[in-house]
Every structure is written in structure tokens, then in C-alpha cells.
Ligand binder design. Sequence first.
Ligand SMILES: [Zn+2]
Length: 314
Amino acid sequence: MFVTEIRNIPYFDGHCDTIYDCMGKGRSLRENCGHVDLMRGQRYGRRAQFFALFDNVRELPEGTAWTKLCQMHDWFCAQAAENADVMALCRTGAEVDAAAAQHKTAALLSIEGADLLDCDMAHLETAASWGVRLLNPVWNNANALCGSCAQEPERGLSARGVEFVARMEELGIYVDVSHISDAGFWDVLRRAKRPVTASHSNSREPGLCPHRRNLTDDMFRAIRDTGGVVGINLYADFVGGDSMEQLIAHIERFLSLDGEKTVALGGDLDGCEALAAGFSGVQDVAKLYQALEERGYPQTLLEDIFWNNWRRIL
Ligand SMILES: [Zn+2]
């Protein structure tokens, strides 16, 4: 049986917390002992990664969230400059293609939780000027825009939330509904004019992983119908088990919902403790590609899941 080697496998991932992890632990992006570093990423044929700017605002001194976000952005830009031989900051699909052609990690920015922007419209404009393309209106802490899946889950978008999300779409920043309350999810989907994403969420259906961070079949279909993307999360707690079989079951569920152009990767690497399928980092995701290949997945479908579905919306 022919199995594609990692050097020929594409890898486009929608969510990692590597910036937070590296800054907090004083590690470099180039080489570290966490889940993701640039040198291990280089093993892939092509690689693109959304790097999330994230912190838990409740653990920061009052009124310092925006300053912290700017510091994280500065740190990331400095890392990009230091590692320009293996990484390129990108904001468009054309830039992603150019980085991949030069065998560099195409690095895209996202923000996990608008409370890092003080839920402020002027700060949102600044984030857009940095090239941020994906943003979660809310992380686990409910905020002025919306309730989260973990806090005030019955609260949907506020008037300010509606305005904020509409402005995101105008600025070319995709709404990322991972972590949002169910009420907020439907408020976003009802109003969406652009594709909606769930960058790191699995299936919530019985037998899979009935966790509030995951999506019901109806939620998946609604995202699919916007032309959006759902990234498969590798965190064992959201997979609902740690086997390769259990992980693949989420992909199969989404594919059974006509999700061929919707399912992608969103591993949550460096944002969780234990990865499923015995994975210990970015280098192991190739094994998922190979396992799907062994199940007879055609190359075109693998290319969609591992590259095209994220690439298409940029
Ligand atoms: Zn997250």
C-alpha cells in the first residue's frame, strides 16, 4: 500500500495556542518542546497555520488586556523577522501560496476572544490592520458581545455584538464561532453575509463527543451553507477519546453531512494537555493523513481537508 511521506503532505491548520505557550514559557517559535515549532513544521510539503493571539483576560490585571494583546503581536512579529528563512507572515491566499512555494510556514493571525480588544471597535480596526483574518467574538469568558459555551450559555449576541460582528465581516475578518454560546452561534449564523468558521470544534452528536465546545449536526450544516470551514480539534477531551478511530469518526460524521468542502484541521495544539491518537505535536498530524489514505480517501478529498478548505476562503 502506497503511503504518502510527510514531505509530500500539506498541512493547513486553523488554530494553535503556540504564541501564548511560547511567550509564557520563554520559548522560541523556531524550536521548542511544545506541540508546535517551525522546524518540525518544515517537514511537511506545504504548511500554513493560523496562530491565535490569546490570553485569559480574567487572569490579567484590570484594564491591561489591550496592552497585552499588542505585546503578543509585537512578540510574534519579532519572531517572524528572526525566522524569516522558515516563516512568512501572510494575510491573503496569494501570500500563503507564495510562502508555501518558498517552503516557509505561511503564518496567519487570529484573535481568540474579543475581550482582548476590550470589545472595542477602534481596536478591531487596528487588528484588521495587522492582517488578522479570524476572530472569536468570545472565548470561555462571557463578554460584552456575547455569552460563551462555558459562561452564560443562554445569552446570545448583544446589540454591540451584532454591530461588532458586522464590522468584522466588512473588514475581511471571519467570525470564528468556536467557544461561543449556542444562542450566540445562531445569532451569528442568522446574520452572516460571509463564510462562518469554527476553527477548532468537533461533533457533539451522541457516540462522538457531546461536549458544549463541539457542534451539532445542524450547526455544522449551517456553517457549511455559508461556505465556511470547521477545523477538527485534536484535543482528546473534545475528541471524546484518544484513539485514531475516535478522531476519524468526527471527520466521517462531518463528511456524511456533505462536508467535503467544509472539514479542515484546527488542532488546538499548545492549547490543550493531551492530544488524541497518541500525537505529541505538529509532526504527528501526518499520521492522520496516512490513516485516511489507508481507508481509501481519494487524494482530492485529502487535499481539501488538509489544505484547500482553509485556503479557499482567504
Ligand atoms: Zn480555544
